[in-house]
Design a protein around this ligand. Sequence first.
Ligand SMILES: [Zn+2]
Length: 175
Amino acid sequence: VIKVQDAVKDRSAESWRVGHGYDIHRLEAGRKLILAGVEIPCARGLAGHSDADAAYHAVIDAMLGAAGLEDIGTQFPDTDPHYRGIDSGVLVEKTLVKVQAAGYELVNVDVTVIAEKPNLREYKPQMRINLAERLGLPADAVSVKAKTNEELGEIGRGEAIACLATVLLKKGERA
Ligand SMILES: [Zn+2]
């Protein structure tokens, strides 16, 4: 019989860390729509200082949160001209280095994109591949889900796209 306390000890906070991230960007004419590194045909794209890839940004904040590091706005300030128009996939890779330096390795990533339009169904597989490549994970450790906001609120009116991400980290072998 396994005692509850022993089970809790085996999954101690020192070994396993969960983190969540959220991001939202406005949709504006004249911008590219890029989600998890995939350029999606659309009359409008996400506005922002970088490429405004809300999926990558949510994943970055989830990773930083799980590792107990400062958030994306602190790590990669939008006042820094270096990050103007930057491919956020590069920031994902920089974040992975920070997380690994803190002694963690990534276990899995789960992403939800909330967009009224366009329909993301045909782009989800490439988003998943891009995330897996940037993070050095097998594709089955990455999930990308897409849903609408049931026409409710600013997302439902097509004024913005939001993304949520959850990641699990574990202490690395050398930690
Ligand atoms: Zn963002």
